[in-house]
Design a protein around this ligand. Structure first.
Ligand code: HEM
Length: 404
């Protein structure tokens, strides 16, 4: 297998961005500016390396005991119509049980704590995901973000002036964290009302059919092949498909089905990713009369226990790399349905420590690479947000030997 580095890939994306006609990629002019901002921002960052205060982040943490979740204080309640829910079944479930504020407006610290309480996500991974959400979809001043739709006075620390902090689109925002080729959510441009965040029962049924080939389990084999199928689906159907380096995160989310959602037996750290657990967390309700799935609020399964070993940043980097390598899928963009322009293969071709460190550092670059995209028309500088991410995440990513 060919080994192509992330830096080559990013250069290829840059070349693609510069060469592709504007008509084929409507936001190209804006992106050219953004790419310039990215490079400028990172260069500036290097000159201010000691400006950020570095908090200590534990790479493990969590609990090694068998924990029943939810506890008595976190009963299920269906969300109200005004409560924010979005594309993440794990966070939606946590909010429906009150591990996150039920209104869906959450802070960085609440995200880290809830992930640990419900799923035994280690602090380094919990913080990484939370920082991406706050920086790309939320408000870096108040560290608040919406689990769903766009910002309002609840996330905006500047009230009516909040727009100067960017769109703060919430997790529904497209191509910041949320992306095309999701497991059970529509591609942005495939949905007439741009609904890229709601559960799609047809996609869930398709995912279940892949599980059926592996004993009904949503295990590595199932998720690796279904994740790749979603890529092929988007190439075939979505004339504006964008599959950029950040989709690396989607491979991590796919691994969550067999790493975080199973009901733990306590024997191997985590349990079996069966239909009962997965359908409950996704809010997938089967209707036998129509042989189809509808959505009900996401719920922690009955008699469920969280994994007994914390799931770390290193774990997810290893898992997403393994899944990607099962079916390597070049990054790129579509110019029309079925016409996908690849910009290069990605990720390492092995699983040695050196490879994993490389993937970990590449992931860090990808997170930072995204920063300016939400701040292209606003007064706040990309450097401010870059500094925010670096100050939060440098300690967590130091384990891979990469720092900014
Ligand atoms: C701060 C923490 C987290 C944030 C900000 C977050 C955010 C997101 C976002 C934006 C997506 C949409 C990605 C896409 O377009 O496909 C997503 C998907 C997903 N998330 Fe989370 N997530 C977090 C933690 C978790 C946890 C702890 C779980 C536990 C199981 C989880 C499970 C999933 C799954 C399974 C998907 C894929 C859904 C699908 O494609 O249908 N997430 N998450």
């Amino acid at each position: 297998m060919r080994r192509v580095s992330f830096s080559l890939c990013l250069m290829a994306l840059l070349a693609l961005a510069l060469l592709t006609p504007v008509s084929a990629f409507p936001s190209m002019l804006r992106r050219r500016f953004q790419l310039k901002s990215i490079l400028g921002g990172l260069a500036d960052q290097g000159n201010n390396a000691d400006a950020a205060v570095q908090p200590q982040v534990s790479t493990t943490g969590g609990t090694n005991n068998l924990q029943w979740v939810p506890d008595a204080a976190h009963a299920f309640q269906a969300p109200q119509s005004t409560d924010k829910r979005g594309p993440c079944p794990g966070l939606n479930a946590a909010a429906n049980h009150g591990y996150l504020p039920r209104n869906g407006i959450v802070t960085l610290d609440q995200l880290v704590q809830a992930q640990q309480q419900v799923f035994n996500v280690a602090p380094d991974l919990g913080l990484t995901l939370a920082v991406i959400a706050v920086a790309l979809d939320g408000d870096v001043l108040s560290e608040r973000v919406s689990l769903g739709a766009a910002a309002d006075s609840q996330t905006n620390s500047l009230g009516a002036l909040g727009a100067v902090l960017g769109r703060e689109g919430g997790l529904n925002n497209h191509n910041t964290f949320e992306a095309d080729a999701s497991l059970t959510r529509n591609d942005y441009y495939l949905s007439p009302d741009r609904n890229n965040f709601a559960f799609n029962g047809t996609l869930y049924k398709q995912m279940k059919s892949f599980a059926a080939q592996n004993g009904g389990l949503y295990n590595f084999d199932t998720m690796a092949s279904y994740r790749y199928q979603r890529y092929l689906d988007s190439i075939a159907d979505n004339g504006q498909f964008y599959f950029g380096p950040k989709v690396t995160l989607l491979y991590g989310a796919a691994a969550f089905l067999y790493r975080l959602m199973p009901n733990s037996t306590g024997l191997e750290g985590y349990g079996v990713p069966d239909e009962a657990s997965i359908s409950s967390f996704f809010g997938a309700s089967y209707d036998a009369t129509t042989d189809s799935y509808t959505h009900v609020p996401e719920r922690i399964p009955a008699n469920w226990r969280t994994r007994t070993t914390p799931y770390t940043l290193l774990d997810v980097v290893t898992d997403l790399n393994l899944m990607y390598l099962e079916h390597p899928a070049p990054f790129g963009v579509s110019t029309s349905r079925g016409n996908f322009v690849p910009s290069g293969a990605v990720l390492s071709n092995g699983v040695s420590t050196e490879d994993i460190n490389g993937v970990g550092c590449a992931l860090y670059q990808i997170i930072l690479d995204n920063v300016p995209s939400e701040f292209d028309n606003v007064a706040i500088t990309p450097l401010t947000v870059t500094n925010y991410i670096v100050s939060k995440l440098n300690p967590a990513f130091a384990q891979f030997g990469c720092q900014h």
